[in-house]
Design a protein around this ligand. Structure first.
Ligand code: NAP
Length: 286
């Protein structure tokens, strides 16, 4: 694995009263996550998979977790085939026992955990909040909200052992603004945003940063599933155009574009960033 090299750089800054100030800051060369180990949930598909591939390219050893164990295995195999370090584990993030097992797998395999990314998520039913069946509400919250709580609960003690760490949760634009048609999903993503901010306050003194990324509509199997549920091809086109129209940039996001933001927040480049909910949404919440 390529090593990260840190060197000192100096700059001369002239202030207005001509007093010369010397500033020194670390400049990193090499992969942006070199020497780090990361656990990524939901990494068998879509955004989580794109994050895993990018993290591995940037030098991280990655633990790929997904409720679909075969999909997790495929992501890990793709990383290994391109020379990266990865291990796959089947885990349902809503189950404490599974979360404990995947955390232990990461620590055992890579000697610890520096980064946790919670990308596992489910979309839930379409419709107004109070029209959702209780079972649907429970399922959406057990994965999208409780899953993040359980993952952090197991990861943070490991990060303490390393003297710090970074957590990036994948929320949504509809965790920042309401959604008429995705009631429980929107509520669960709102919870994800404030869980992230709350944990950022709880763990700042331990050098553990917690941020979240709020994607707009992104081209993944989850979104394509929404289009595929339409009865005709024409309906699919209409719904897709409607989603595109939500975004001032005039298109849907790509998983890699979300992964780029996650990479920044997970890396030491964001060492003074915690408690942020970063929209990556083509201007949708502008
Ligand atoms: P995706 O392609 O469906 O990927 C999500 C992955 O999470 C799937 O492999 C899924 O497995 C897995 N998963 C579901 N429940 C799980 C559980 N209980 N434990 C572990 N893994 C589980 O969806 P995506 O679009 O990449 O979504 C990734 C994250 O981004 C989600 O949190 C989503 O809410 C969020 N997001 C997506 C969009 C978008 O437009 N795509 C926008 C905003 C936010 P199965 O396929 O077997 O269920």
């Amino acid at each position: 694995m390529a090593k990260t090299r840190t060197v000192s750089a100096k700059a001369k800054v002239m202030s207005t009263d001509h007093v010369q100030v010397m500033q020194t800051w670390p400049v990193q060369h090499g992969p942006r996550l070199g020497g780090k180990s990361a656990l990524i949930t939901g990494a068998g598909s879509g955004i989580g998979k794109a994050i895993a591939l990018l993290f591995a390219k940037e030098g991280a050893a990655v633990c790929i977790a997904d409720v679909d164990g075969k999909a997790a295995g495929r992501t890990a195999a793709a990383i290994a085939a391109s020379g990266g370090q990865a291990v796959a584990v089947r885990a349902d993030v809503s189950k404490a026992r599974d979360v404990g097992r995947m955390t232990r797998t990461c620590v055992k395999q890579f000697g610890g955990m520096d980064v946790l990314v919670c990308a596992a998520g489910v979309r839930g039913p379409t419709g107004a909040l109070i029209d959702a069946a209780e079972a649907d509400w429970d399922r959406v919250f057990s994965v999208n909200a409780k899953g993040m709580y359980l993952c952090a609960k197991h990861a943070i003690p490991e990060m303490r052992q390393r003297g710090g760490g970074a957590i990036v949760n994948i929320a949504s634009v509809v965790g920042l603004v309401g959604s008429k048609m995705l009631g429980p999903y929107s509520a669960s993503k709102g919870a994800a945003v404030l869980m992230s901010r709350t944990m950022a306050l709880n763990h700042a003194k331990e050098n553990i940063r917690v941020n979240c990324v709020c994607p707009g509509s992104t081209e993944t199997p989850m979104l394509f599933g929404t289009f595929a549920r339409q009865p005709t091809l024409e309906d699919r086109r209409v719904v897709r155009d409607r989603y595109v129209g939500y975004h001032p940039l005039g298109r849907l996001g790509k998983p890699r574009e979300i992964a780029n933001a996650v990479l920044f927040l997970a890396s030491d480049e964001a060492s003074f960033v915690t408690g942020v909910a970063l929209p990556v949404d083509g201007g949708r919440t502008a």
